[in-house]
Design a protein around this ligand. Structure first.
Ligand code: AQP
Length: 325
C-alpha cells in the first residue's frame, strides 16, 4: 500500500496536526510505503513572509523527525523541489470544472478569513493537492477531517482522467484517525484548532511547560460545572476530554467518572500535566535536531531523489496520454 500526505510549513505545529495527521503516519510507516511532503507551495496561498519560509520548512522537517518519522522507513521531501507537482496540477485543472473548486469548504473559509488575499492559488489548492497525491500512485491519504473533501475531489479527478485518457492514476481513499479527526480551538471550541489563528487557540508541539499550563487554564469552556462529553451542548469541555483521552489512553467514560465532583479547574490542571509530560519528548528531540542542520538537509535531499523518480514515471505516462510527449 502506498500512502501520501503533507503539511503546510505555515508556523508551529499544534496538537491538532499531530493527532489528525502525524500520529497516523507514524503507525503507517511500519506497514506501508509512505511518502510525506512539506507542502511549501500550498503555504503560499495564504499570507506569508518569504523571508520566513525556509525556516518554516526546516522546522517542519524537524517536527517530522522529532515526532518519530524514520527516514529509513519513509520518504520525505519539499514539494517545490519536484516540478512535476505544478505541471500535473496545471494539467488536472484542464479537466476540472470551476464549480467543483468553488464549492470547496476550505476555499470558502480561507477566502473569508483572508479577505485581502483571495488569490487564484487558493481556489486551485485542491488541484495541486490532487497532483501531490496522484503523482505517487497513492492508495491512501491520512489526514484530519478538514481535508477529507479535498481527498474525495482528488478521487473524482483521478476517475475523470482515467475515463477520458485511459488509466494512469489509482483512486486514493481518505484515512481519518479513529479519534482526534478534528481537534477544536482552545479559544473557540466551535472552530477547529488552526496554526494561523494565533497561539492562544492551540498547544504547539514545542510549547514550554509553563505556556502549556497557561493556555490550558485559559481555555474557553461551557456554562455549568458538569464534566460530561457532549460536543453539541458542551463543546469546550468535550474538546478537553477528547485531548485528555488521546494523550492519556484513559477512556472518556472513566475521565467523566474521575472528575465527577470536581470543577473544570481540576480537569484543566490534570490535563496540563498530561500534556507537559507527553510533549516533553518532542521538546528534547527538537533541541537535539536543531544542532543537526547537515543531517536534515541530507534526509530531505535523499527523499527528493526517491520522490522525483516516482513522480517522473507517472508524469511520463500522463504526458503521453494527454498528447504532449
Ligand atoms: N484541528 C485539527 N484537528 C485534526 N487534524 C487537523 N489538521 C489540521 N488541523 C487539525 C490536519 O493536519 C494536517 C496538516 O494541515 P495543514 O497544515 O496542511 O493545513 P491545515 O489543515 O490548514 O492546518 P492548520 O493547522 O489549520 O493550518 P493553517 O492555519 O495554516 O491553515 C492535515 O491533515 C489536517 O487535516
Amino acid at each position: 500500500m502506498r500512502v501520501f500526505s503533507g503539511i503546510r510549513p505555515t508556523g508551529e505545529l499544534h496538537i491538532g496536526n499531530y493527532l489528525g495527521a502525524i500520529r497516523q503516519w507514524i503507525e503507517l510507516q511500519e506497514k506501508a510505503e509512505c511518502v510525506f511532503c512539506i507542502v511549501d507551495l500550498h503555504a503560499m496561498t495564504t499570507p506569508y513572509k518569504p523571508g520566513e519560509l525556509q525556516k518554516n520548512i526546516r522546522d517542519l522537517a524537524i517536527v517530522y523527525l522529532a515526532a518519530g518519522l524514520d527516514p529509513e522507513k519513509c520518504i520525505f521531501f519539499v514539494q517545490s523541489e519536484i516540478k512535476e507537482h505544478t505541471e500535473l496540477a496545471w494539467l488536472l485543472g484542464t479537466i476540472t470544472p470551476l464549480g467543483e473548486l468553488k464549492r470547496m469548504t476550505q476555499f470558502k473559509e480561507k477566502s473569508k478569513k483572508h479577505l485581502e488575499y483571495i488569490n487564484a492559488g487558493l481556489l486551485n489548492y485542491p488541484l495541486l493537492m490532487a497532483a501531490d497525491i496522484l503523482l505517487y500512485q497513492t492508495d491512501a491519504v491520512p489526514v484530519g477531517k478538514d481535508q477529507k473533501q479535498h481527498v474525495e475531489l482528488t478521487k473524482e479527478i483521478a476517475r475523470r482522467f482515467n475515463n477520458k485518457f485511459g488509466k494512469v492514476f489509482k483512486e486514493p481513499k481518505v484515512l481519518l484517525p479513529k479519534v482526534g479527526e478534528k481537534i477544536m480551538s482552545l479559544q473557540n471550541p466551535k472552530k477547529k484548532m488552526s496554526k494561523t489563528d494565533g497561539p492562544h487557540g492551540y498547544i504547539s508541539l514545542f510549547d514550554a511547560p509553563e505556556e502549556i499550563k497557561k493556555k490550558i487554564m485559559a481555555t474557553v469552556t461551557d456554562p455549568g460545572r458538569n464534566i460530561r462529553y457532549d460536543p453539541l451542548k458542551k463543546p469546550g469541555i468535550s474538546n478537553l476530554l477528547m485531548i485528555y483521552h488521546i494523550f492519556s489512553g484513559e477512556p472518556i467514560k472513566k475521565l467523566e467518572n474521575d472528575f465527577k465532583n470536581k470543577g473544570y479547574a481540576e480537569l484543566k490542571k490534570s490535563l496540563a500535566k498530561i500534556l507537559i509530560d507527553s510533549l516533553g519528548l518532542f521538546r528534547e528531540k527538537k533541541k537535539e535536531l536543531d544542532q543537526r542542520e547537515v543531517y536534515i538537509k541530507e534526509v530531505l535531499d535523499r527523499g527528493t531523489k526517491k520522490a522525483r523518480s516516482l513522480a517522473a514515471l507517472t508524469m511520463e505516462n500522463v504526458r503521453k496520454k494527454m498528447g504532449i510527449f
